[in-house]
Design a protein around this ligand. Sequence first.
Ligand SMILES: Cc1cc2nc3c(=O)[nH]c(=O)nc-3n(C[C@H](O)[C@H](O)[C@H](O)COP(=O)(O)O)c2cc1C
Length: 357
Amino acid sequence: MSDAAAFTLPTAFTELTGVRHPLVQTGMGWVAGPRLVSAAANAGALGILASATMTVDRLRSAVREVRSRTDAPFGVNLRADAGDARERVRIIIDEGVKVASFALAPSRELIAELKDAGVVVVPSVGARRHAEKVAAWGADAVIVQGGEGGGHTGEVATSVLLPQVVDAVGIPVVGAGGFRDGRGLVAALAYGAAGVAMGTRFLLTSDSTVPDAVKARYLAASVKDVTVTTAVDGLPHRMLRSDLVDALEGAGRARALVQAVRRASGFRKLSGLSWPQMVRDGLAMRHGKDLSWSQVLLAANTPMLLRASMVEGRTDLGVMASGQVAGLIEDLPSCAELVARVMAEARQVLGTLPGRG
Ligand SMILES: Cc1cc2nc3c(=O)[nH]c(=O)nc-3n(C[C@H](O)[C@H](O)[C@H](O)COP(=O)(O)O)c2cc1C
């Protein structure tokens, strides 16, 4: 192994998870499948499989597929509020998955069940009080996502949220939102983080299965082309600005409802959901928010809107969830190239910081 390849930055997070580098490829619906996850894991990052958009059977086969492609540790991301969360937790335990990652804070019981089975529990949070809550309930580490991060996101920027959470909890904290390179990794470590988690950067690799036309939209985007909208499902959601977003934001309530019903009927065919199921799912996503009926329908369809772009390449119809950092990303390295580049840059930056030597 060359000197550069042997360079590591061991942290409490690498120790906890057994991963080689303090880097996480996050769980992204329809994006973080077996191919990306195993490539990230083989590169020495913690790959996390996105399970919210998989059936329970698909989750089991996807876990086995990752296992067949790598001996390195990996994780599974799930929604703590999913009706079948317990079944998914069972699969994680039965299949010996190293890390359970949660999109929303898991219950105390779920954390205990996983920990008893030796699974490392790492919820993703967007606010200090959520980090404090899951830490008190026994989570092993947290991923804290600042507002510049892709997908559902909060208002507080990573540069403010990360040190705030580091100061508030006694468990390893992994920073997310806006990271793409070695400078970012060193900056996060300086804030007291034990690593960085990247979504958009891993989406934009040659190992990601996202269609080329969609990747091209991300590569062409400037920082200002990435927006936060509540028009899709009522929750702040960071994504590329597109005709869909413009149409939804421009539509009045009545027109939005007509559009939502039209889209929903198309997606209902795709997803196989019945109308009552779809409305039930949409209502479950209201989170106590005052959603219009069109938003309820769209909320139920958000996974299908993401699928339309991430799987079918429909840049006209789908949601392209994205971090602001897409505006700075210009290439599609393999996961191995990306991880090697990030670590080499971190090493070089550490060596040139003022005041050293
Ligand atoms: C396309 C896409 C899909 C996502 N889907 C999920 C998901 O299913 N579950 C989840 O916890 N986070 C999801 N996220 C958020 C990411 O896991 C991660 O926290 C975020 O991308 C970090 O910010 P960054 O994009 O600036 O790296 C998604 C993000 C993107 C870009």
